[in-house]
Design a protein around this ligand. Structure first.
Ligand SMILES: O=C(CO)[C@H](O)[C@H](O)COP(=O)(O)O
Length: 289
């Protein structure tokens, strides 16, 4: 991986990346201590509520956000939409998210991310999916969770799945790794890397449904390198306060006494959704596997 991308990933490690839909939210995120912002047209809870096709944001809005904040700016493209990616690269964003939260543009193929100089982040529910995305050139993985639900259960499921699959590979005799790669649908060289190093070759953030400081700390204790939060902040009653609290919770994720203070008086948490109440075709995590 390019040295500049490795340095950027190290700056992001241990931090919170916040979804924002306008300059005002981007400033709230920066002020709260976010390590980066993710520009998108609507937060996932609104995409879920409004329906319709969700696309890359208006380039003008992304340029305004780039102007307004000094932290890295990421922006989302639809799965397989390499032209939206060309546009984001031309704008000069710091990271491109090929995201299942937007409506997929291609049912079968992800973007060939190696064609781009801008680094990509992609979602994954399990290790095979993560290694396929890295094989295509992703520089960062985020476990998908179920975005826009305010329900952390899928984020937990996906992080536990990835971590336990990593542990399994670490303990596997070398002669079994090719079959493991075949079964996971993952490139053998990346399976070998995980078996030898006990981790992914890129940073792995948690995303989708994180709504409270405790949720963020939970994901950190489960082994992620940082978190993405969108709806959980901007669909709560006090985004400024909650954004700061989630940043503090990630910094102090293993200190329950500090988490007590951090979690107090934050106002109303976003109303969450039971995953079983969502129709199968509306589950974002199932897109682009
Ligand atoms: O793909 C993403 C990362 O930017 C999502 O927007 C993220 O998962 C946010 O989800 P939520 O709104 O549930 O916090």
């Amino acid at each position: 991986m390019d040295k500049k991308i490795i340095e950027l990933n190290e700056k992001l490690r241990g931090g919170v990346i916040m979804d924002v839909v306008n300059v005002e939210q981007a400033k709230i995120a920066e002020e709260a201590g976010a390590v980066a912002v993710m520009a998108l047209e609507r937060v996932p809870a609104d995409i879920r509520k409004d329906g319709g096709v969700a696309r890359m944001s208006d380039p003008k809005l992304i340029e305004e956000i780039l102007e307004a904040v000094s932290i890295p700016v990421m922006a989302k493209v639809r799965i397989g939409h390499f032209v939206e990616s060309q546009i984001l690269e031309a704008i000069g964003v710091d990271y491109i998210d090929e995201s299942e939260v937007l409506t997929p543009a291609d049912d079968n193929y992800h973007i060939d991310k190696k064609e781009f100089e801008t680094p990509f982040v992609c979602g994954a529910r399990n290790l095979g999916e993560a290694l396929r995305r890295i094989g295509e050139g992703a520089s960062m993985i985020r476990t998908k969770g179920e975005a826009g639900t305010g329900n952390v259960v899928e984020a937990v499921r996906h992080m536990r799945t990835v971590m336990s699959q990593i542990r399994k590979l670490e303990n596997m005799p070398k002669e079994e790794l090719m079959t493991a790669a075949k079964e996971m649908g993952a490139p053998y060289d990346l399976v070998l890397y995980v078996a030898e190093n006990g981790k992914l070759p890129v940073v792995n953030f948690a995303a989708g449904g994180i709504a409270t400081p405790a949720d963020a700390a939970l994901m950190m204790q489960l082994g992620c390198d940082g978190v993405f939060v969108g709806s959980g902040i901007f669909k709560s009653s006090n985004p400024e306060k909650r954004a700061k609290a989630i940043v503090e919770a990630v910094r102090n994720y293993d200190d329950p006494k500090k988490l007590v203070e951090i979690s107090k008086n934050l106002g109303e948490t976003m109303v969450g959704l039971e995953i079983s109440e969502i129709a199968e075709e509306n589950l974002y995590a199932k897109r682009g596997i």
